[in-house]
Design a protein around this ligand. Sequence first.
Ligand code: PLP
Length: 463
Amino acid sequence: MDTLYDRANDPRAVIEADRAHVWHHLIQHKPFAPGPNQIDPRIMVEGRGLRVWDITGKEYVDAVSGGVWTVNVGYGRERIANALRDAVLKLNFWAGANGTIPGALFAETLIAKMPGMSRVYFSNSGSEANEKAFKMVRQIAHKVHGGKKWKILYRDRDYHGTTIACLSAGGQQERNALYGPFVPGFVQVPHCLEYRAGELAGEGYGERAADAIEEVILREGPDTVGALCLEPITAGGGIIVPPKGYWERVQDICRKYDILLHIDEVVCGIGRTGTWFGYQQFGIQPDIVTMAKGVASGYAAISCTVTTERVFEMFKDDTDRLGYFRDISTFGGCTGGPAAALENLAIVEEEDLLGNSARMGAKLHEKLSALMERQPLIGEVRGMGLFQGAELVADRQTREPLAEAKVQAVVADCAKQGVIIGASNRSMPGFNNTLLFAPALIATEDDLDQIVAAVEAALKRVA
Ligand code: PLP
């Protein structure tokens, strides 16, 4: 019998099957519609390291780890495939009310990298991990705070996922448009991008940006606010590294008003910024941490909601019929996820990918900054580790954002040259004009040179 990949020997058949039946994420399908101007959907076929090939045989350098910053250890990792195979053949699934060997051993290994944290709750996607966190906060409001402290604060420009509750906590307008009404009790606080902070920018901006959160808490009433949910470095909202003084002040504010600090590490987790987690760059101690993409580098679907023992303790009232977390995720019981994740962590450790992310990230930052000297379309370069952004502007003086069509033309030009980069999410001007770079943590300086050279050529053409 033909294997799946033997059938792909007829690439046209695959392309036409895709054109006819696959509803792709996040894109307009009109260009694929049959007709004289039709273009083919791009079908990705194979990956090795940080290179990928599409069904036409074209090779790309992948500067965005699978498009959405996921494949942190790179493609083609045989030892993860073997770990998955072993786990699936031994016992592929058991529902999460019981334990499994991969689940227990992965949780122990993960917690060892997160001082102060204690418990791991398994599910499948970043959105789901955040939903679990929101439900925990709501249950704590009912059980511990007598129905108070039920509101969850989120930040302008941050993104926490695609479900209706996650969109309710979403600070990116275009993601939210057409999906309301949203869940009550989610309240927005301002972003902390100094480049676009107008008069607030300058010495002490970090503290001022944090104080703006306190103002919202006081306006809403501290006894109504249960949690603050933030990305450590805003990802799709334009690679926003919070300014000096911000995180310390945010943590103080949370402690002052007894508000749980929930850090969404779905993107930054597992080495993206050069430490295991983004929050560890800032010396803060969260109460809840969610993670997904890099946890198993996309070899299996797994996400985690990690809490302190203090949070976990709030769910242990056995005198109450409802005194436990009454939540389940069916596929949180798949053993492939934690088995792949355990191997993924071992690779990061053995190959010093945290160190490589920090070192190569600094080089990428330097190279993009040097490009900015030669190329006036770049207004600012920002990032940490192998997570960098270059905000594009039509005018450096006024900081007028480059039009979205031109930003997308840069991305498309790079792809034509065989380099896949990303751009911040489509939304208001000023949001949608940052080029994003997040290659696998194995990137070498040669890879970075190839990426930056393609961007330079693309910017020249678009300018
Ligand atoms: N949180 C952040 C910061 C994200 O960037 C994303 C997705 O890009 C999510 C959550 C949602 O993750 P998922 O798409 O796995 O549901």
